[in-house]
Design a protein around this ligand. Sequence first.
Ligand SMILES: [Zn+2]
Length: 268
Amino acid sequence: MKKMYKILLSVLVSQLLFTASWAQSEAKSDKKTTNESPININTANLPADNNNLVVTLKSNGTSSECHLDDNYSGDEEKYVNVKVYAAPMSAKNNLTLNGTTYTFLQCHFHLQSEHTLNKKAEDMEAHFVFQDTVTKGLVVIGVFMKKGGKDNSFFATVLTQFEDLLDPKKSDNSHGSDFTINLNKLDGNTSLTDYAGTYYNYDGSLTTPPFTKGVQWFVSQKKMSISNSQYTQFKQFRYKYSSGKKYPIGYARHVQPLGNRTVTSKTK
Ligand SMILES: [Zn+2]
């Protein structure tokens, strides 16, 4: 409740300053930006990827909680994202990257997509975040989400939790109740392992302050399908929350320079 109060208060205070302060933060960051995320991926003539990425889903479901995360602190607070946390983090769903194990930590959603392909953004982008529990290093699998399909049952589960979490009438909406997401069935029978089978890889950063570097990005070449109404439902979270005031949820950072980095491609 305390956190909600803090978030609500910060919204009231920062509402008018939102656009300007976001731009300032971006500008400050952009000046020194190297090796940051997201990026535009020019898909032509990419070298083949030779990482050894293995996603292991040992259980059908992962016990989860939704949380509102402001992503920012102090004067850098700009927007919230709703994250689905594995609670507790278990070793049941993990990946190994070149022999190092990372455990599923959380997933969250951006509208529109953060990465762009040939300068074109997709409707949304899901980020599945894995962490090395010892070094705290991060691997993120990004999955573009495209509206116009059938209702997606995984996203439907998440949206139901978001509705509860974002309902200001709920007594304690700093986080939702426990529920289960199934990383084996993210779109019909398409699993996270399938999404991690073809990808663009590069070395980047978190897309929210403090823009921590050294994040290994695997942006799937396979897109997740959602329905138009699910897209609209997620989009409306920005407006429904906080007495109808515009409240940016799932906001996307704009693309950062590629610099000297190489994007590699794994096509099968
Ligand atoms: Zn993200």
